[in-house]
Write a protein that binds this ligand. Sequence first.
Ligand SMILES: *Cc1c(COP(=O)(O)O)cnc(C)c1O
Length: 393
Amino acid sequence: MTTPDKSGHFGEFGGRYMPETLMTLHEDLERLFQSAKKDASFKKEFQFLLKDYAGRPTNLYFASRLSGHFKTLKIYFKREDLLHTGAHKINNTLGQVLLAKRMKKKRIIAETGAGQHGVATATAAALMGLKCDVYMGEEDIERQSLNVFRMRLLGAKVIPVSSGSKTLKDAMNEAIRDWVTNVESTFYIIGSVAGAHPYPEMVRYFQAVIGQEARKQFMIKEKKLPDYLLACVGGGSNAMGLFHPFFKDKTVKMIGVEAAGLGLNSEEHAAPLAKGSIGVLHGSKSDLLQTKDGQIKVAHSIAAGLDYPGVGPEHSYYKSIKRAEYVSVKDQEALSGLKLLSQIEGIIPALETSHAIAYLEKLARRVKRKSSVIVCLSGRGDKDMGSIEKLIS
Ligand SMILES: *Cc1c(COP(=O)(O)O)cnc(C)c1O
């Protein structure tokens, strides 16, 4: 399996590129995470919450009408959209909030872009009776007012960030700053497989339940392994959660779908694996959207959850060793994917997820013989209805 080395590297990616003041914090967290993983009572509590609170295991659903539509594909959906709060993010926030409790922290902080991670964090914090402050760019607060309201209703404080582009990466900078100043009391919950070691490994550990369940469920239904795994990639946590348990299954091909926004040749996209270069962001080395002199660019996607200029280091590693392939899908194609799944299966997916669905059409044309595919249905579309109402007729 791809366990990072002692310095937290997956190949040349990942690591811990941090000022001295933050090193011990990450080391403490790593120690605690490693001991929690071996502790039966921790696992039991995590599994209890996943099952009775969040609603696991999620279904592996055979989409017969959509499969009939594409003819060359046998399509299964891993239904993370059915989880409490509507997406896979709750798997990770429940895991991390349990770690916070073990560290006897009284306060949780998080960064959020679209607000989905903020909502999942505020939910987990409420459940544990912990104080919760969420950093969010002013730009995003305006775009995602419903999620801001949800977080407040859940008892969290939403702190506006007015620096930089006033979006996710700036919120993450502020959260890191807060963490340095309030180490004693505070636990920082990162929302994807990004950040400095041990975050990418830790978030993947909590999300790997997606692939572990899917692998078992598929084996029971089909008596073999799937030909393809397909998932959208923002920071990369739902994709890595699905991919990782299949790492050693060499016949299983993995495809991650980035957001091509208005097109890969425009500056308006969020596809660092396709169009980025290697650099360091938020303490970790991976593919990034940056200028020649290393300034981080602003990412764009119709799906706010894919709108991040970096990507988890383990994806950069999978790309470099060719274990996974990364493709991209434009805003308009994602909208078509959303419409298609809604009308053919009666499932309204999140805009993020719609990128993976849109790629099915291209995959259907690529395959030489009838092939099976598990798609991670990372979240439901309720949150997006306001923003796409005007775009779809
Ligand atoms: C946040 C989000 C994503 C993107 O995050 P990853 O870490 O790449 O999984 C994808 N789908 C949904 C529904 C989301 O809310």
